[in-house]
Design a binder for this molecule. Structure first.
Ligand code: NAI
Length: 302
């Protein structure tokens, strides 16, 4: 094992089940001291039990690893701060944060209660914000940090019945896109994994025949690599599952430049739409500034 986490402190949120558990076990196997956070909720986020986190801590210790449990909710700013504090109190610092905790409350948008929309945003997006906010100054001060967000194909591409979840999962990508820029000078790499795995969250959604091939360990390989010193990239989105790994990106078409001194009529726009939407020469941008600079340059007015 050349990719190691000796003397590194890692926090995995929602690590009492599924993917988070798998990430925590692998981090510990590779030498990390791990905070196993989980409030022990059901898939819809209701209820709570300390046993989820405790069981994973026991598994890690049984295998000779080092771990402590934390039962706070990421969806609460004070709770999230306490998750980070748990790492500081037990192990002195935090090097790795995997924002993994999540819930589902699926319904078509027409039928969705706003409370279910808000709670899903609160756990996935604000939970990632709260935990990252508390870990950030520690990582800045030590000029080292690895933060992994957890998105979903639903957040990248959209999925019927998941307006709340899709919005939250796109939100964490937006958070990453900014933090990768703000964290760079302090060696804080912020990346995102987009899992496909058989867990209690998905086992009723995927065809039963495929479930044996969707072990969480496939996702863990990508997530833990992104959390390691081996990863010196920031802003990557990696789709991972069933042995498949692929980088996902947002791109923009080459586009069409009209005369910036004249208004563009709806008819001109309509006639040009084929070229406006032609993705054959699409490119990603490293920042919003780079995209805006492209537009300014095309005007020939600077
Ligand atoms: P899971 O339901 O097995 O595990 C989620 C864990 O998060 C649970 O142990 C739960 O108690 C915990 N949790 C929920 N709310 C929490 C809170 N407020 N604070 C702390 N812990 C909380 O689900 P799974 O599949 O392991 O999901 C992990 C992450 O991966 C989630 O963010 C999910 O949205 C994402 N994901 C999973 C996919 C999959 O195929 N399994 C697909 C795409 C994304």
């Amino acid at each position: 094992m050349s990719i190691r986490f000796d003397n590194r402190v890692a926090i995995v949120t929602g690590a009492g089940n599924g993917l988070g558990r798998s990430h925590a076990l692998e981090l510990a196997r590779r030498g990390a001291k791990v905070v196993v956070n989980d409030l022990g909720a059901a898939v819809d986020g209701k209820g709570g039990a300390t046993s989820a986190a405790d069981t994973v801590v026991a598994e890690i210790r049984q295998a000779g690893g080092t771990a402590v449990a934390n039962y706070d909710s990421v969806a609460d700013a004070k709770g999230a701060a306490n998750i980070i504090q748990t790492a500081v109190d037990a192990f002195g610092t935090v090097d790795v944060l995997i924002n993994n905790a999540g819930i589902l409350r699926d319904k078509s948008f027409a039928k969705m209660e706003l409370a279910d929309f808000e709670q899903v945003i609160q756990v996935h997006l604000m939970g990632s914000v709260y935990c990252t906010k508390a870990a950030w100054p520690i990582m800045q001060a030590k000029n080292y940090g690895r933060i992994v967000m957890t998105t979903s194909a639903s957040g990248i591409f959209g999925n019927f019945g998941q307006s709340n979840y899709g919005a939250a999962k796109t939100g964490v990508v937006g958070l990453m896109n900014v933090l990768r820029q703000e964290g760079a000078k302090n060696g804080i790499m912020v990346n995102t994994v987009a899992p496909i795995a058989a867990t209690r969250m998905t086992e009723a959604l995927f065809p039963p025949k495929i479930l044996p091939y969707l072990g969480p360990h496939f996702v863990t390989t990508a997530a833990v690599w992104l959390a390691s010193e081996a990863c010196t990239l920031s802003g990557e989105i990696i789709s991972a599952g069933a042995g498949y790994y692929a980088k996902a990106v947002m791109v923009e078409a080459e586009g069409v430049m009209f005369d910036p001194e004249k208004p563009v009529s709806l008819e001109q726009f309509d006639a040009a739409y084929g070229r406006i939407s032609d993705l054959s020469k699409a490119t990603p941008f490293p920042s919003s500034l780079a995209e805006v600079e492209k537009v300014f340059k095309l005007t020939n007015k600077l």
